[in-house]
Design a protein around this ligand. Structure first.
Ligand SMILES: [Zn+2]
Length: 684
């Protein structure tokens, strides 16, 4: 997200692994998938269900060196990353037909890893663009150049805009029929405005180091007087930072809903020659925009009018080099990883070139790699099985919503309409991005990156004239993750998250519903809870709960908060029920709905017994295995104090609220986890 803001347009659960910065490269743990062999049958399920389901696994797993946490998600990310690396490297080594998806993937990767070629070219690939910056002579040509920087986002959703405005094409906040350009703030090398404005000694020191970094980069590119240029660049960025919206606004999507007509830019934000800007950005014909942070548009535009043109030119030169640093000589890359890795991110190791190349290939050709991934690891049958489960979950949800007592009848109607309209996509898209017009060639890392950016920009511009597509995938299927879009009303579960131990396309259905099913239902819940209640069935910003619904919901949820408050992993530290309530309610709803869906899937027949375990037992065991995790004390304490998700063991204890769990494991009043029927919480 732009400049570190949190965005309520999407919530995501498993997406913490999206960036690919997994710190897992050296993990030597042998992969162990959840199975009965991981359980410890000597533990009584009613006393310690988490220990019962995971005892063996917990006894044999150890934290990989240098890590504070290890769990299913990390294991899956690591396994998937190995697979993706293998696929990309195979494509690079293979002789595949020119123009094929594998050729593009292979050549993108190979050119990126051809460091000798990149070194030999030096800064020559930037010559044309540097010339365009040098030719800037007045406010109009400056504005026109700034317009061209709007195209440099491969992924508007997650990219951190490294130029003054970022753009993302999506439906409007109130208009579900048309795609609009959403403009947001950007252009700060230090990404957060506070880093420029804070007067603490640490912030002051960071700015000194950043300025030295800017100077070093300009010097490496052969620019004279690099110190002077760096001083004015950081000064300009500081002025841009002053125009940024307060961080607190980021959590409030209503503050981002600022429809501007084309004429508003001239009227409200003088300085930029907006005709020239939108012309070169390819947006000249548009009349409607959404401006997320008006203060930034107004402030930056004023700076175009007031600041020295030469200062702008140095700023643009620096950001141009930074933007393409990964495909420029090693000295620039090393300078970048020294500053951004060690100083800004606190001592991360210099990235491995192969890892960088894998990330870059996934970034530029995400759905091409996705095609290779699903061809090998996620079949059409797997997709059909996951779709059938998703359908059962929706049917089960319909039943739950229809019977909710805390929703008023009119709210319930809206919830049912939203559920009926919800688009759930699993595995991979029905239609992949067509890369046929994107030329990827060997030994041209810079050109490949630039052409890929242009390709996506053209796609974005084309979208402005097309109807809203609710099934456009916002994440790569080869990344274990799920994304709730809210606007449009759609959720996505990648092929890579639908793998063991969460989902086994050829395995036991009961376990699939208990694990992946409960996870999917958790996410679906967010579309109807306090996150999703501000978006209607078509993803428009519209509150559809009433105040009465809200207070009745809180009354129900409060009972779960009290239950959570009672979990105390340390003598001096208990869970904070309120802090984890939203996620715990979604866990509870997810488990209830997944169980209903599992029962539905049996169509009245009894499930088979496998290795002595009934379907009901396997369902709940898989749920508890989903949450297994080892972490050191510091990490566990930090999670309890700051995270909105409870530690795995207590997520697993959600089963205490489900009547069927008591029956499946004959849990008795004398057991430690037993709750009297009237103490079991429902909410959904
Ligand atoms: Zn959640």
């Amino acid at each position: 997200m732009a400049s570190g803001s949190t965005n309520r347009f999407f919530a995501s659960l498993w997406t913490c692994l999206l960036a690919g910065s997994l710190l897992l490269v050296n993990c030597i743990l042998v992969r162990v998938e959840a199975a009965k062999g991981d359980a410890n049958p000597s533990v009584k399920p009613g006393d310690d269900f988490y220990g019962y389901a995971n005892g063996e696994w917990l006894a044999h797993v150890s934290l990989p060196a240098g890590q504070h946490t290890y769990d299913n998600r990390i294991m899956m990310a690591e396994k998937t990353r190995d697979r993706v690396r293998g696929l990309i490297q195979e494509s690079a080594a293979a002789h595949v037909p020119s123009g094929s998806v594998a050729q593009k993937v292979g050549d993108y990767y190979a050119s990126f890893t051809n460091e000798a070629d990149i070194e030999a070219k030096g800064f020559a690939p930037l010559t044309d663009e540097m010339g365009r910056i040098s030719a800037i002579a007045n406010r109009s040509t400056l504005s026109a150049y700034l317009g061209t920087t709007l195209i440099r986002e491969v992924d508007g959703l997650t990219a951190n805009s490294d130029h003054v405005f970022g753009v993302w094409v999506n439906q409007g906040f109130e208009d579900a029929d048309h795609n609009l350009p959403h403009l947001w703030q950007g252009g700060l090398g230090l990404t957060e405005s506070g880093r420029y404005l804070d007067s603490s000694p640490q912030a002051v020191e960071l700015r000194v180091k950043y300025q030295a970094h800017v100077a070093a980069v300009l010097r490496l590119a052969g620019l004279a007087d690099s110190d002077t240029r760096a001083t004015s660049t950081v000064r300009l960025e500081t002025s841009i930072a002053r125009a940024f919206a307060p961080d607190s606004d980021a959590a409030d999507v209503f503050k981002q809903n600022n429809p501007w007509k084309r004429g508003d830019f001239d009227r409200k934000a003088p300085g930029i020659d907006w005709d020239a800007y939108f012309q070169s950005a390819g947006l000249a014909k548009l009349s409607s925009f959404l401006v997320w942070q008006p203060s930034a548009v107004i402030g930056v535009s004023a700076l175009v009018g007031s600041e020295d043109i030469e200062a702008w030119k140095d700023y643009l030169r620096f950001h141009l080099i930074e933007h393409y640093a990964q495909v420029l000589p090693k000295a620039v890359r090393t300078e970048g990883s020294n500053f951004y890795g060690e100083i800004l991110s606190g001592g991360a190791e210099a990235p491995d070139r192969v890892d960088e190349a894998i990330d870059a290939t996934n970034g530029a050709l995400g759905e091409a790699v996705g095609q290779l991934y699903t061809e090998r690891y996620f079949s059409g049958d797997a997709k059909r099985r996951a779709q059938a489960m998703a359908r059962d979950l929706v049917t089960a949800y319909r039943g739950r919503i229809a019977n909710l007592t805390w929703m008023s009848p009119s709210t319930r109607e809206k919830a049912l309409a939203k559920l009926a309209a919800l688009e759930i996509d699993v595995g991979y898209p029905d239609t992949w991005i067509d890369y046929s017009t994107l030329k990827i060639v060997p030994n041209d890392a810079f050109g490949n990156m630039k052409r890929a950016e242009g390709f996506y920009h053209e796609r974005d511009l084309a979208k402005l004239n097309q109807p809203v597509n609710p099934v456009e995938w916002p994440l790569n299927v080869q990344v274990p993750g799920a994304v709730i879009m809210f606007s449009p009303n759609a959720e996505f579960f990648s092929a890579a998250i639908l793998q063991p131990p969460y989902f086994d396309a050829e395995g036991d259905s009961a376990s699939n519903y208990g694990s992946a099913g409960a996870g999917m239902a958790h996410e679906i819940t967010h579309s109807f809870d306090e996150l999703g209640n501000i978006y209607d069935a078509r993803g428009r910003l519209r509150m559809w709960w009433s105040d009465e619904d809200r207070s009745r919901f809180h009354r129900e949820a409060e009972k779960l908060a009290v239950q959570l408050d009672g979990y105390c992993p340390f003598a001096d530290l208990c869970l904070k029920g309120k802090q984890v309530l939203g996620e715990s309610v979604a866990d509870l709803a997810g488990l209830l709905v997944a169980h209903d869906a599992y029962v539905l899937s049996l169509k009245g027949k009894a499930d088979v017994v496998i290795d002595g375990f009934t379907g009901e037992q396997r369902f709940f065991r898989a749920f508890a295995q989903r949450w297994r995790r080892v972490q050191n004390e510091t990490a566990l304490r930090k999670q309890i104090t700051t995270d909105t998700h409870p530690p795995g063991e207590y997520r697993s204890d959600t089963v205490r609220n489900i009547d069927a769990w008591y029956k499946a494991f004959k849990v008795a009043p004398s057991d430690k986890l037993y709750l009297k029927p009237d103490a079991r919480v429902r909410v959904w």
